[in-house]
Design a protein around this ligand. Structure first.
Ligand code: ADP
Ligand code: ZN
Length: 432
């Protein structure tokens, strides 16, 4: 197993902490001098850059939220003048103003380096041909993987998302071995490949998936359709984009690039650190970014963390799978539900196709909770009695796992919308 940057990825944890502290101090000084927002927030807390004497002092620094990014739109949080900024990205901003991040030349170097690390960690090699089916554009996914894979010496096909027929054609013609996509688009591509019925025409072996949650069951769904090894990787625009963390070949958590980011897991309600291994909200502080440094960014992503040494030899902390986002959780009859919990139940039932949608509505004073899910052709076109019985089984499985009874609607295979980017699982039609 190859390690791209062994000196950093396998660093002794004491040394790593010392490096983090030195870089954190430089970052706090930088934002205090250059970004009015951070200067004001630090002043409110009566904190000064000199107060950071030890990593535990991190807890005295202010949090940053999505709202802060929106308020700073577009360049308000930049710590570099535009003369030094060579690229700008933004997140989709489905609700409100998008989040903007700038990159200096050195930031682009770091970005390429860190994406290269996760790609090598997942197992890419120089003889690979990687098809990047993440969208190119303002979204960080396409360009991030592009830079990182090139650095790893891989042959890159900058396909971008969409045009599935062409994706499949090029995959065969160019001998694509590595697919980069969201897990939901990867699943769609996998289904389309199966339909072609020419498995030998494909040489895919490795999937670098990310940008959205992917349960273990979803991973199995993809791997059962095409002979591919699927790996998960995590990133976000506010912190850098892809390259923040990725799975190694052991696939037991995503290694965080801790020499560039300090990660905390906090109780989302109180902000207190949760014990290692327990689920909480991920909070990142960047410690090497020039243009868009960020102090204690509240990601709203929920997962656990471990610093136990990995079998791959890396010493960096590993994040578990993202189990949900504090903002995609919904509440039905007083019960908190994450779409990932619905997904895990559905995908473990034989006869279910891995496409589903959750529709929330309101009838009178009551919330309604419908789960629409595709079933196999045989079931759908089979006996009505069988379909009804199956519907009862799915309802019962969901009820016993979630403690709320959904209305289950079994739909025809292929009838739910497919996505080329991130899947939209929850449709909330409840009046605000
Ligand atoms: P947006 O989706 O808001 O346009 P980003 O592309 O920056 O912007 O998305 C970052 C978010 O995507 C993360 O905060 C997280 O919720 C989600 N995400 C990214 N990678 C993963 C992953 N591997 N597993 C689960 N969720 C992920
Ligand atoms: Zn590992």
């Amino acid at each position: 197993m190859r390690i791209w940057d062994a000196p950093h990825e396998t660093m002794d944890r004491e040394q790593l902490r010392a490096l983090q502290l030195e870089r954190l101090r430089a970052t706090v000084t930088r934002v205090c001098e250059r970004v009015p927002h951070y200067r004001a927030r630090l002043a409110e807390l009566g904190a000064e850059p000199g107060d950071v004497r030890d990593l535990d002092d991190l807890g005295r620094l202010p949090f940053t939220t999505k709202t802060d990014f929106r308020d700073g739109y577009p360049y308000g949080l930049f710590a570099s003048p535009l003369t030094e900024v060579v690229e700008v990205h933004s997140s989709s901003g489905t609700t409100g103003k998008p989040v903007v991040a700038g990159f200096t030349r050195r930031d682009l170097e770091t970005w390429a380096e860190l994406v290269c690390r996760v790609a090598v960690m997942a197992g890419v090699r120089e003889d690979d041909v990687a098809q990047v089916s993440f969208g190119y554009g303002m979204f960080t996914g396409g360009f991030g993987l592009h830079y990182g894979l090139q650095r790893a010496g891989v042959t890159v096909l900058p396909m971008s998302a969409g045009n599935t027929a062409r994706q499949l054609q090029f995959m065969q013609d160019f001998g694509t071995t590595v697919l980069v996509a969201t897990p939901s688009y990867a699943l769609y591509l996998a289904e389309s490949m199966q339909e072609l019925g020419t498995p030998d025409a494909f040489r895919l072996r490795l999937g670098l998936f990310g940008a959205e949650a992917c349960s273990e069951e979803m991973r199995r769904q993809i791997e059962s359709r095409i002979p591919i090894r699927a790996t998960d990787n995590y990133g976000l625009t506010e912190v850098m984009g892809p390259g923040v963390a990725g799975e190694c070949e052991c696939r037991s958590g995503m290694h965080v690039a801790e020499d560039h980011f300090i990660v905390e897991v906090l109780d989302p309600a109180t902000g207190a650190t949760v014990p290692e291994g327990e689920v909480g909200e991920l909070v990142f502080t960047s410690i090497t970014r020039e243009c868009s440094p960020v102090l204690r960014y509240r990601t709203r992503d929920l997962c656990s963390l471990t610093t136990a040494r990995c079998a791959c030899g890396r010493t960096t902390a590993r994040m578990g799978r993202i189990v949900g986002r504090t903002d995609d959780m919904f509440i039905i009859s007083g019960v908190n539900i994450f779409p990932s919990a619905v997904e895990r139940v559905l995908f473990s039932i034989e006869g279910i196709e891995p496409h589903y949608r959750i529709v929330l509505g309101r009838k009178g004073a009551l919330d309604t909770f419908e789960v629409q899910v595709e079933v196999t052709e045989e079931l759908f076109n089979g006996w009505m009695d069988d379909l009804r019985a199956f519907e009862r089984l799915v309802t019962e499985r969901l009820r016993s796992a979630l403690l709320v009874r959904p209305k289950v609607k079994l739909v025809e295979p292929g009838s739910l919308e497919r996505t080329e980017g991130k899947a939209r699982r929850v449709i909330d039609e409840r009046p605000r």
